[in-house]
Design a protein around this ligand. Sequence first.
Ligand code: GRF
Length: 206
Amino acid sequence: MKNLGILLSGRGSNFEAIADNVASGTLDAHIAVVISNRADAAGIESARRRGLNALVIPSKGKVREEHDREVVAALRERQVDLICLAGYMRLLSPWFVQQFPNRILNIHPALLPAFPGLEAQKQAFDYGVKVSGCTVHFVDENLDQGAILVQKVVPVLDTDDDHTLAARILEQEHIAYSEAIRMVLEEKYAISGRKVVKKQESSCST
Ligand code: GRF
Protein backbone atom coordinates (compact mmCIF):
# COMPACT_ATOMS: atom_id res chain seq x y z
CA MET A 1 0.00 0.00 0.00
CA LYS A 2 1.23 3.49 -0.85
CA ASN A 3 2.16 5.97 1.88
CA LEU A 4 0.76 9.48 1.95
CA GLY A 5 2.35 12.43 3.71
CA ILE A 6 0.03 15.35 4.40
CA LEU A 7 1.35 18.87 4.99
CA LEU A 8 -1.00 21.45 6.49
CA SER A 9 -1.00 24.72 8.40
CA GLY A 10 -4.60 25.28 9.49
CA ARG A 11 -8.15 23.98 9.61
CA GLY A 12 -7.39 20.67 7.90
CA SER A 13 -10.74 19.91 6.26
CA ASN A 14 -9.07 18.60 3.10
CA PHE A 15 -6.88 16.36 5.22
CA GLU A 16 -10.01 15.11 7.05
CA ALA A 17 -11.77 14.31 3.78
CA ILE A 18 -8.73 12.31 2.63
CA ALA A 19 -8.49 10.57 6.01
CA ASP A 20 -12.23 9.69 5.89
CA ASN A 21 -11.78 8.14 2.45
CA VAL A 22 -8.77 6.18 3.62
CA ALA A 23 -10.68 4.98 6.70
CA SER A 24 -13.70 3.89 4.65
CA GLY A 25 -11.51 2.13 2.10
CA THR A 26 -12.56 4.31 -0.84
CA LEU A 27 -8.96 5.48 -1.04
CA ASP A 28 -6.47 2.64 -0.97
CA ALA A 29 -3.58 4.31 0.82
CA HIS A 30 -2.02 4.73 4.22
CA ILE A 31 -1.52 8.13 5.86
CA ALA A 32 2.04 7.68 7.06
CA VAL A 33 2.46 11.14 8.56
CA VAL A 34 0.68 14.48 8.95
CA ILE A 35 3.01 17.45 9.38
CA SER A 36 2.12 20.99 10.35
CA ASN A 37 4.46 23.96 10.44
CA ARG A 38 2.19 25.50 13.11
CA ALA A 39 1.54 23.99 16.53
CA ASP A 40 -1.92 25.61 16.69
CA ALA A 41 -3.24 24.09 13.44
CA ALA A 42 -6.65 22.48 14.04
CA GLY A 43 -5.70 19.89 11.41
CA ILE A 44 -2.84 18.51 13.50
CA GLU A 45 -5.15 18.12 16.50
CA SER A 46 -7.57 16.24 14.27
CA ALA A 47 -4.73 13.99 13.06
CA ARG A 48 -3.83 13.18 16.66
CA ARG A 49 -7.45 12.40 17.54
CA ARG A 50 -7.50 9.97 14.64
CA GLY A 51 -4.44 8.25 16.05
CA LEU A 52 -2.27 9.21 13.10
CA ASN A 53 1.39 10.03 13.22
CA ALA A 54 1.18 13.82 13.69
CA LEU A 55 4.23 16.04 13.76
CA VAL A 56 4.73 19.74 14.28
CA ILE A 57 7.86 21.07 12.60
CA PRO A 58 7.80 24.80 13.33
CA SER A 59 8.83 27.06 10.48
CA LYS A 60 8.90 30.32 12.38
CA GLY A 61 12.28 32.00 12.32
CA LYS A 62 13.84 29.35 10.10
CA VAL A 63 15.36 29.86 6.67
CA ARG A 64 13.06 28.16 4.13
CA GLU A 65 15.43 25.42 3.04
CA GLU A 66 16.48 24.60 6.60
CA HIS A 67 12.83 23.98 7.49
CA ASP A 68 12.27 22.09 4.26
CA ARG A 69 15.19 19.78 5.05
CA GLU A 70 13.57 18.84 8.36
CA VAL A 71 10.24 18.18 6.67
CA VAL A 72 11.82 16.11 3.89
CA ALA A 73 13.77 14.05 6.45
CA ALA A 74 10.51 13.27 8.28
CA LEU A 75 8.78 12.31 5.01
CA ARG A 76 11.66 10.06 3.99
CA GLU A 77 11.75 8.41 7.40
CA ARG A 78 8.11 7.37 6.87
CA GLN A 79 8.81 6.30 3.27
CA VAL A 80 6.18 8.60 1.86
CA ASP A 81 5.25 7.92 -1.78
CA LEU A 82 3.03 10.95 -2.34
CA ILE A 83 2.92 14.30 -0.57
CA CYS A 84 -0.37 16.20 -0.37
CA LEU A 85 -0.29 19.90 0.46
CA ALA A 86 -3.60 20.57 2.18
CA GLY A 87 -3.72 24.21 3.16
CA TYR A 88 0.05 24.29 3.71
CA MET A 89 0.82 27.99 3.89
CA ARG A 90 4.49 27.73 2.98
CA LEU A 91 6.15 27.95 -0.38
CA LEU A 92 8.33 24.90 -0.99
CA SER A 93 11.93 25.58 -1.89
CA PRO A 94 13.09 24.37 -5.33
CA TRP A 95 15.25 21.87 -3.46
CA PHE A 96 12.19 20.34 -1.78
CA VAL A 97 10.31 20.08 -5.09
CA GLN A 98 13.30 18.40 -6.75
CA GLN A 99 13.35 15.68 -4.08
CA PHE A 100 9.92 14.41 -5.17
CA PRO A 101 9.38 14.99 -8.92
CA ASN A 102 5.67 14.59 -9.76
CA ARG A 103 5.14 13.32 -6.25
CA ILE A 104 3.72 16.46 -4.63
CA LEU A 105 0.11 17.58 -5.07
CA ASN A 106 -1.62 20.79 -4.07
CA ILE A 107 -5.22 21.90 -4.01
CA HIS A 108 -6.18 25.44 -4.95
CA PRO A 109 -9.65 26.96 -4.45
CA ALA A 110 -10.04 28.44 -7.95
CA LEU A 111 -9.88 27.29 -11.55
CA LEU A 112 -6.18 27.77 -12.29
CA PRO A 113 -4.54 29.54 -14.01
CA ALA A 114 -7.14 32.09 -12.87
CA PHE A 115 -6.71 33.56 -9.41
CA PRO A 116 -3.50 32.01 -8.08
CA GLY A 117 -2.21 32.98 -4.65
CA LEU A 118 -4.07 33.85 -1.48
CA GLU A 119 -7.85 34.31 -1.01
CA ALA A 120 -8.57 32.86 -4.42
CA GLN A 121 -12.30 32.48 -3.74
CA LYS A 122 -12.58 36.18 -2.84
CA GLN A 123 -10.44 37.19 -5.82
CA ALA A 124 -12.80 35.27 -8.13
CA PHE A 125 -15.94 36.57 -6.44
CA ASP A 126 -14.75 40.19 -6.53
CA TYR A 127 -13.80 39.82 -10.19
CA GLY A 128 -17.37 38.86 -10.96
CA VAL A 129 -16.83 35.47 -12.55
CA LYS A 130 -19.89 33.29 -13.17
CA VAL A 131 -18.09 30.03 -12.46
CA SER A 132 -15.20 29.19 -10.22
CA GLY A 133 -14.10 25.95 -8.60
CA CYS A 134 -11.01 24.13 -7.49
CA THR A 135 -7.88 22.62 -8.99
CA VAL A 136 -5.64 19.76 -7.89
CA HIS A 137 -2.25 20.04 -9.54
CA PHE A 138 1.28 18.74 -9.34
CA VAL A 139 3.61 21.09 -7.50
CA ASP A 140 6.51 22.46 -9.46
CA GLU A 141 8.89 25.27 -8.60
CA ASN A 142 6.38 28.01 -9.42
CA LEU A 143 3.42 28.95 -7.25
CA ASP A 144 0.13 27.33 -8.35
CA GLN A 145 1.50 26.47 -11.80
CA GLY A 146 2.14 22.72 -11.99
CA ALA A 147 0.30 20.38 -14.38
CA ILE A 148 -3.40 19.99 -13.58
CA LEU A 149 -4.85 16.65 -12.51
CA VAL A 150 -8.46 17.44 -11.60
CA GLN A 151 -10.71 20.50 -11.71
CA LYS A 152 -14.27 20.90 -10.45
CA VAL A 153 -16.50 23.75 -11.56
CA VAL A 154 -18.75 25.59 -9.12
CA PRO A 155 -21.29 28.13 -10.42
CA VAL A 156 -21.38 31.53 -8.75
CA LEU A 157 -24.95 32.34 -7.70
CA ASP A 158 -26.43 35.84 -7.62
CA THR A 159 -27.15 35.25 -3.95
CA ASP A 160 -23.54 34.31 -3.12
CA ASP A 161 -21.04 36.24 -1.10
CA ASP A 162 -17.42 35.16 -1.04
CA HIS A 163 -18.05 32.97 2.03
CA THR A 164 -20.98 30.99 0.60
CA LEU A 165 -19.02 30.54 -2.64
CA ALA A 166 -15.96 29.36 -0.70
CA ALA A 167 -18.10 26.85 1.22
CA ARG A 168 -19.46 25.29 -1.99
CA ILE A 169 -15.99 25.21 -3.51
CA LEU A 170 -14.72 23.46 -0.38
CA GLU A 171 -17.30 20.66 -0.81
CA GLN A 172 -15.88 20.05 -4.28
CA GLU A 173 -12.29 20.24 -3.00
CA HIS A 174 -13.04 17.35 -0.68
CA ILE A 175 -14.13 15.23 -3.65
CA ALA A 176 -11.45 16.40 -6.08
CA TYR A 177 -8.45 15.75 -3.85
CA SER A 178 -9.12 12.05 -3.33
CA GLU A 179 -9.87 11.64 -7.03
CA ALA A 180 -6.48 13.09 -7.92
CA ILE A 181 -4.66 11.04 -5.29
CA ARG A 182 -6.28 7.88 -6.64
CA MET A 183 -5.20 8.76 -10.19
CA VAL A 184 -1.60 9.22 -9.12
CA LEU A 185 -1.38 6.20 -6.83
CA GLU A 186 -2.94 3.92 -9.41
CA GLU A 187 -0.65 5.45 -12.06
CA LYS A 188 -3.66 6.01 -14.27
CA TYR A 189 -2.23 9.03 -16.03
CA ALA A 190 0.46 10.10 -18.43
CA ILE A 191 2.10 13.52 -18.54
CA SER A 192 2.59 15.10 -21.91
CA GLY A 193 4.01 18.61 -21.65
CA ARG A 194 1.64 20.46 -19.33
CA LYS A 195 -1.13 17.95 -19.92
CA VAL A 196 -2.04 15.16 -17.57
CA VAL A 197 -3.97 12.61 -19.59
CA LYS A 198 -6.00 9.83 -18.02
CA LYS A 199 -4.84 6.42 -19.24
CA GLN A 200 -7.49 4.29 -20.89
CA GLU A 201 -8.09 0.94 -19.22
CA SER A 202 -6.19 -1.61 -21.31
CA SER A 203 -8.55 -4.19 -22.79
CA CYS A 204 -7.51 -7.81 -22.60
CA SER A 205 -8.46 -9.89 -25.63
CA THR A 206 -7.53 -13.37 -24.37
C1 GRF B 1 -8.42 25.16 0.95
O1 GRF B 1 -9.34 26.09 0.45
C2 GRF B 1 -7.38 24.83 -0.09
O2 GRF B 1 -7.87 24.87 -1.39
C3 GRF B 1 -6.34 25.91 0.10
O3 GRF B 1 -6.31 26.11 1.49
C4 GRF B 1 -7.56 25.75 2.07
C5 GRF B 1 -7.29 24.75 3.13
O4 GRF B 1 -8.46 24.39 3.83
N1 GRF B 1 -5.08 25.53 -0.46
P1 GRF B 1 -8.42 23.16 4.83
O5 GRF B 1 -7.31 23.48 5.84
O6 GRF B 1 -8.10 21.94 4.05
O7 GRF B 1 -9.76 23.13 5.47
